[in-house]
Design a protein around this ligand. Sequence first.
Ligand SMILES: N[C@@H](CCC(=O)N[C@@H](CS)C(=O)NCC(=O)O)C(=O)O
Length: 218
Amino acid sequence: MKLELISFKLCPFAQRAIILLNKQKLDFELNHINPMNPPDWFKQISPTGQVPLLKADERIIFESSVITEFINDISKTNLHPSNLIQKAENRSWIQFSSTLFDDLFGVVTGDEEKFRISKRSLFDKLAKIEVVKNNAKFFNGDSFSIIDAAFAPIFIRLSWINEFTKNILSLDDFKHLSAWSKELLQVDVVKSSVVEGLDDAYYSNIEAREGHLSTLLY
Ligand SMILES: N[C@@H](CCC(=O)N[C@@H](CS)C(=O)NCC(=O)O)C(=O)O
């Protein structure tokens, strides 16, 4: 099957798909567009105007959670729990994890008030995840699952923001999340999903937004 992922360099949702494609050792072509200024061909094939979008033999699959499930479906290794309740729980938390990006957007772009509200909302959600995360290396135990790929782009961005500031979004109060984040950031396919210079591009993006966070940068 011919796979082409249409992405945007800084997109965390696309990064989930890249992590999974590489973890499953599938060949794919990666093409970048800017969804804020999309080419006409992209407008014609994308129902939402958003990336990521996966072309599978010219058929169009969109929404990162659907794309990652599809990648799993066409792979030899199943990276979802086989227990159906656990699988459904994982899917619930994957959906929940996507809402963290709304808070992160508010943290990155908002004025002081919006920053404070978004950070509160982000940390309230992290506290809920801390309760369900256990001592295991990854979310479901010793091996990497789809849910780990869903959370990795969040932890990458939190670690960047902490590095760029005085640990403004420190996970230190969350024992399980801190350990999980540390593990995930060391996984090869997570590391390779961060292309050279992406941290600098993220830094520049924070500066360009001119929100409260830009005043806290080193
Ligand atoms: N629910 C979507 C969200 C994707 C998303 O927000 N993509 C952003 C880039 S990271 C985008 O395309 N934004 C342009 C737009 O919303 O018009 C998914 O999980 O795939």
